[in-house]
Design a binder for this molecule. Structure first.
Ligand code: ARG
Length: 619
């Protein structure tokens, strides 16, 4: 049987079973047993899933209950009708055991034959792609992620978009899609008004020459305090208080600096051009540490020349109109609040840029899907922008899926938004440093003095473990909920953490060093993986479900499906390894188990890599 991408080495059991179920359900409809329309099939096939308990088989189809209810029949009778057709479906018998009778109210439980399982896992061992079939229909997917507002320091909130977006891009790419990543920088906003004003009124040129990033950061923080003019903040910051006293009109002046930049004032434009590389340098340092790259970094400034035309076009189509000097798209009729695209003073808005960006991406990239990995607080913004874009009637947009991949807030251990003790947002760089420092205390300690890790190795390992911990803790969360940031939890060596997974990889791979086994040769010569022991079987099946996990990540843009699956894989492996001899086994059994270890190590490593997390030889 051939895999999804036509590659005979790759099989996705769940897809194969769903194909057989499709055949059965279509037969049921054709024979008039149940009223199933062509549009119902996809939803019904979603009800073919892996079982939670292997004693019930490997997969279970649960659609008989719903279908019977609609048809006014007994669920078991409908299940029997499905089973009869399932067994006869093309390709079914080559992979699956006969389902037997329905179980309970009408569950159809299916088991992969041991022969098919053994053959598939043996092929996966020899396969570069670890047995994972690529997506049947590759799509062009734009991933808009990270997208910080530059000129203010990146903080903990930015890590979620960066880490989740990067993982999704890697996973989609591995699935065979054409992925285009774009960092939609906020590089044109009011934060520039702050540093422009700060530069003009209180710059320290010597400090700027020495460390431009630090000086711009200082100006940003100082001017924000002055412009916000909150008494309690000013009381704590004498420099800001003095400046605020000198410039009672600072807030308005800051806005005027932004406006001058937007109008093309030469001095502000020149300063902006001088500041941008500094801002980029700052964020690029963080991306380098996170090993995150982008295909494009087209910030808001890039789209500015298109905004006037965007507003004109929306007006010409009768979608946008003036209201009290401003221009808005009236999505909820005349009474509802419009989506503003031009302010009364002529300034364009965040939504204007997003609309222009959609049109630009459509023209240049022809995507099938655009993912916006952005904080859940912007849900309404994206709902409105997507709706306005749809009504705009851009050519081709009807076939494009626009998805807001929203995520919750990062909380401190006190359950409040994550802040330093002084109440400041936590800088991303300081956070990474602390993670690495704490990791250094955990890794390599056992080896010290016993000819173990050198100081340099230890630093390298601590960097990988520390950064990995921060990323994994974020990715392992259901992205839509808020998550509590805890260094103690994320660095635990036990539990669903990066450190545990990295340790598992190091342990699996240590076997080959210990046994002096040539892995390449093993892959080429392994005659066949045996799945006779239930623990071997469970491990093999879990390994072969890697592709299903990735498919599920894609379906809902949820990387935590992959972390959960990897954690289960590590569990299957432990059960296997604790119960069965590997290096001490003999003959074909030894090769077979070593092959399972080899594949486990590679799949764990690949899985972590798809999450943007590195591995180490030992910890
Ligand atoms: N710069 C925005 C912010 O920091 C996020 C931009 C997200 N992407 C987009 N196309 N709107 O809130």
């Amino acid at each position: 049987m051939s895999g999804e991408d036509g590659h005979p080495a790759r099989v996705n059991f769940r897809s194969a079973l769903r194909r057989a179920f499709r055949h059965a359900l279509e037969g049921l409809a054709a024979d008039g047993v149940a009223a199933i329309g062509p549009d119902d099939i996809a939803g019904l096939l979603e009800q073919v899933r892996e079982t939670a308990d292997a004693t019930f088989g490997d997969y279970s189809g649960t659609m008989a209950m719903g279908l019977a209810k609609k048809a006014g029949r007994k669920p078991r009778d409908v299940a029997v009708e499905i089973i009869r057709r399932l067994e006869a479906a093309p390709g079914y018998a080559a992979v699956f055991e006969p389902p037997g009778d329905p179980v309970g109210p009408g569950f159809i439980n299916v088991r992969v034959t041991d022969a098919a399982l053994a053959a598939a896992v043996t092929r996966a061992v020899a396969d570069q792609r670890l047995g994972v079939a690529a997506a049947e229909a590759p799509l062009t997917v734009v991933v808009d992620f990270s997208s910080p507002n530059v000129a203010k320091p990146m903080h903990v909130g930015h890590i979620r978009s960066t880490v989740i977006g990067d993982a999704l891009a890697r996973i989609l790419r591995f699935r065979g899609h054409r992925v285009i990543t774009d960092n939609h920088l906020g590089d044109w906003g009011t934060q520039f008004g702050m540093i422009l004003w700060g530069w003009k009124h209180c710059r320290d040129e010597a400090a700027y020459a020495l460390d431009p990033t630090a000086e711009l950061g200082r100006l940003y923080r100082l001017v924000r305090r002055v412009a916000d003019a909150k008494p309690e903040e000013l009381a704590a910051d004498p420099a800001a208080a003095a400046l605020a006293a000198q410039h009672p009109d600072a807030a308005r002046e800051v806005l005027a600096e932004t406006a001058r930049l937007h109008e093309g004032d030469p001095e502000n434009r020149r300063l902006w051009e001088a500041f941008m590389p500094v801002c980029r340098g700052e964020i690029d340092r963080i991306y380098a540490r996170l090993h995150v790259t982008f295909d494009h970094t087209l910030g808001e400034s890039f789209f500015q020349p298109l905004l006037a035309g965007t507003v004109r076009d929306l007006e010409a189509r009768g979608l946008a109109r003036e209201s009290r000097g401003a221009v808005g798209v009236f999505l909820r009729g005349d009474d509802g609040p419009p989506l503003l695209i031009r302010k009364a003073d002529g300034a364009f808005l965040y939504a204007t840029t997003d609309l222009a960006t959609i049109r630009w991406r459509l023209e240049h990239w022809k995507p099938d899907r655009i993912l916006y990995v952005v904080d859940h607080r912007q849900s309404e913004h994206f709902e409105q922008v997507f709706e306005a874009a749809r009504r705009w009637g851009l050519p081709g947009l009807d076939d494009v899926e626009l998805v807001h991949v929203a995520f919750g807030t990062v909380l401190g251990e006190d359950g409040r938004p994550f802040k330093t003790r002084a109440g400041d947002t936590v800088g991303l760089e300081a956070l990474l440093d602390e993670g690495v420092e704490r990791a250094a205390a955990v890794v390599g300690s056992g080896d010290e003095g016993r000819g173990g890790m050198s100081a340099a190795d230890r630093r390298r390992v601590a960097e990988t473990v520390g950064i990995g911990a921060i990323k994994y803790a974020d990715l392992a969360q259901n992205r839509t909920t808020d998550y509590v940031f805890s260094f103690d939890k994320m660095l635990q060596l036990n539990g669903n953490t990066a450190a545990y997974m990295q340790y598992a990889v190091a342990r699996v791979e240590g076997i080959f060093t210990k046994g002096g086994v040539d892995r390449e040769a093993l892959r080429r010569h392994c005659a066949g993986v045996l799945v006779s022991d239930p623990r071997e079987r469970a491990l093999a099946l879990q390994l072969l479900r890697f592709g299903e996990a990735l498919e599920d990540v894609e379906a809902d843009s949820r990387p935590n499906v992959l972390t959960a699956w990897l954690y289960d894989l590590a569990g299957c492996y432990s059960t296997f390894y604790d119960a069965l001899p590997v290096l001490k086994a003999e003959g074909p059994e030894r090769d077979s188990r070593l092959a399972l270890c080899d594949l486990t190590g590679r799949v764990l490593r690949q899985g972590l890599d798809l999450l943007g997390i590195g591995t180490v030889e030992r910890m």
